[in-house]
Design a protein around this ligand. Structure first.
Ligand code: PLP
Length: 226
């Protein structure tokens, strides 16, 4: 087994006994690294740059499920709409409308997660919990037939303070349960809570994550220059 395969297996083993799935976050890593994971059985990969994702989609096997996990610009949705399996970080109605439009052109329904902003640090992206509830209450999203709102995604604060991370995950889990009860009670499609990365997925698994997004723990440090 290669190093990547050893780490991959370790993370997969940790999800056993939970219902969580592993998204192997492969951004900035070469296709050979993805192939090693693929050869070990991994089929779900997460990328956060459209051009890189399209390049990898072209050269790697077609039974891979590609998740887009980063911030998505509306003008780039069209490139991934033909094949993307799940878009993790939808944070505006404008983006959701564009995904719907491009999905329609491709005769598809694209599953999407709504990104909740919970971390203390300054990131521009994601609905606050209050904004998320208002967005759902307004109900415009109900008119979009080519997107399926499948759950919630979040990133915890980048800190060593485990208690803080746990508190944030608990807050998002509560929000997820509330939203599921209030808006998606009649539909099994709302079922994903995407939370947990290399440094905090153990906590996320304990707090109800259904999807962990793990990159550097499996593939090693990213080289941002290549
Ligand atoms: C890069 C990235 C990850 C993976 O981060 P690691 O710390 O390498 O596990 C997870 N989620 C998102 C949104 C990312 O951009």
């Amino acid at each position: 087994m290669t190093e990547i395969q050893t780490f991959l297996k370790q993370v997969v083993d940790e999800t056993k006994g939970t219902t969580a799935k592993l998204v192997a976050v492969s951004k900035y890593h070469p296709v050979e690294s993805l192939r090693e994971a693929y050869d070990c059985g991994q089929r779900v990969f997460g990328e956060s740059h459209v051009q890189e994702l399209c390049m990898k989609y072209d050269v790697l096997p077609k039974d891979i499920q590609w998740h887009f996990i980063g911030h998505l610009q509306t003008n780039k949705v069209k490139y991934i709409a033909p094949f993307v399996s799940l878009i993790h970080a939808v944070d505006t109605m404008k983006l959701l409308c564009e995904i719907n439009k491009q999905a329609m052109k491709n005769d598809r329904v694209i599953p999407c997660l709504l990104q909740v902003h919970i971390a203390k640090e300054e990131t521009k992206f994601g609905f606050t919990p209050q904004e998320l509830l208002s967005f759902l209450e307004e109900g415009e999203w109900r008119n979009l037939n080519n997107v399926k709102i499948s759950g919630i995604m979040c990133m915890a604060t980048n800190t060593d303070d485990e208690q803080q991370i746990r508190t944030e995950f608990k807050t998002v889990k509560q929000l997820y349960d509330q939203v599921k009860n209030q808006y998606f009670n009649d539909c099994d499609c709302f079922s994903e809570l995407s939370m947990g990365m290399s440094h905090d997925y153990h906590i996320a698994l304990q707090e109800g994550s259904t999807m962990i997004r793990v990159g550097s723990k499996i593939f090693g440090a990213r080289n941002y220059e290549t």
